[in-house]
Ligand binder design. Structure first.
Ligand SMILES: Nc1ncnc2c1ncn2[C@@H]1O[C@H](COP(=O)(O)OP(=O)(O)OP(=O)(O)O)[C@@H](O)[C@H]1O
Ligand SMILES: [Mg+2]
Length: 278
């Protein structure tokens, strides 16, 4: 099937896509056991406003390092990160973050966790409550605000983490394998809910995963990374129709085609790796 991969579906409705995140010439060197280890080599990537970008690649290729540099939690060795045209040098509530280990504070209840970024921003109590309740409703967590973290399931904790990240109305949502610890059914449910939230909020999402099907189900584009050193191998456009949960099945021909293209790319990465070892 020859489907059009020229323009991502979420961008078709917009006149001209505006880059919100620009990653330019990023290098990251670690010192490991006394020697230099090049984790990222000249990573360049643009993410458009409202786009759902997935970063996919084998373990150790530098997905999390890239995301942490974008988040401002780790400093690059050289290169630049621009968010909405401004150079980024540290963390802040304008970058919402959700990680696999949801990092909620157990001594705060559900609503108090969602309010965290708003407190840092100095938002008044009544307004904080209002925003937190509305964000909780968005992620299907109505009437849970007084529950404590240990009373809710792992999937619900990840919803709270998403509500917390969205509460300060960030410019971008950065997610690092957020559903990896979930069972298959909960994972699929969370993917559908995340897409609904994305469609409602029109937030730009930068989503790290090593799950090929997850990247295909969620993304507008998929940035496939290469390893040793970590770098961008190829950026694929994903034109599967939306809303995905209604229009796309993981057994569809177009889904299979994209999966095959990615798996072939991976195989070529592995062959290059073997060539290096030989
Ligand atoms: N703080 C650190 N100090 C030294 N090396 C590091 C550090 N953080 C990451 N690395 C190395 O950088 C490389 C990329 O790591 P990264 O965590 O980004 O991989 P990843 O693509 O996210 O893998 P995974 O899919 O397993 O999460 C790895 O070789 C890792 O060991
Ligand atoms: Mg990682």
């Amino acid at each position: 099937m020859n489907h059009d991969r020229a323009i991502p579906s979420a961008m078709k409705s917009k006149n001209s896509p505006r880059p919100i995140l620009e990653i330019k010439n990023i290098y990251k060197v670690f010192i490991k056991e006394g020697s230099r280890f090049l984790a990222l080599e000249d990573v360049n990537l643009q993410v458009n406003d409202g786009e759902f970008m997935c970063i996919l690649g084998p373990t150790g290729c530098g997905k999390s390092v890239t995301l942490q540099i974008v988040a401002g939690l780790m400093e690059q060795t050289s290169g630049f990160v621009f968010l909405d045209g401004k150079e980024e040098t540290g963390p802040g509530p304008h970058k919402g973050m959700v990680f696999q280990e949801y990092a909620l504070l157990p001594w705060r209840n559900v609503r108090e966790n969602v309010e965290l970024g708003l407190e840092i921003q100095g938002v008044q109590k009544a307004e904080r409550h209002k925003i937190a309740e509305s964000q909780l409703a968005n992620v299907n967590m109505k009437n849970t605000s007084r529950l404590s973290i240990h009373e809710i399931s792992v999937g619900m904790r990840q919803r709270v983490a998403i509500a917390r990240a969205l509460a300060p109305d960030p410019k971008i949502l950065l997610m690092d394998e957020p559903f990896d610890a979930l069972d298959a059914l909960t994972k699929e449910e969370m993917q559908i809910e995340l897409l609904k939230t994305w469609e409602q909020t029109k937030k730009t999402i930068f989503f790290v995963t090593h799950d090929v099907d997850e990247a295909i189900f969620l993304s507008d584009r998929i940035c496939v990374m290469d390893i040793n050193p970590g770098r961008v191998k190829k950026v694929l456009v994903n034109n599967l129709p939306r809303p995905r949960h209604e229009k796309v099945k993981r057994t569809d021909e177009a889904f299979n085609e994209l999966r095959e293209e990615i798996i072939n790319l991976y195989s070529s990465l592995m062959e290059e790796e073997l060539d290096l070892i030989v």
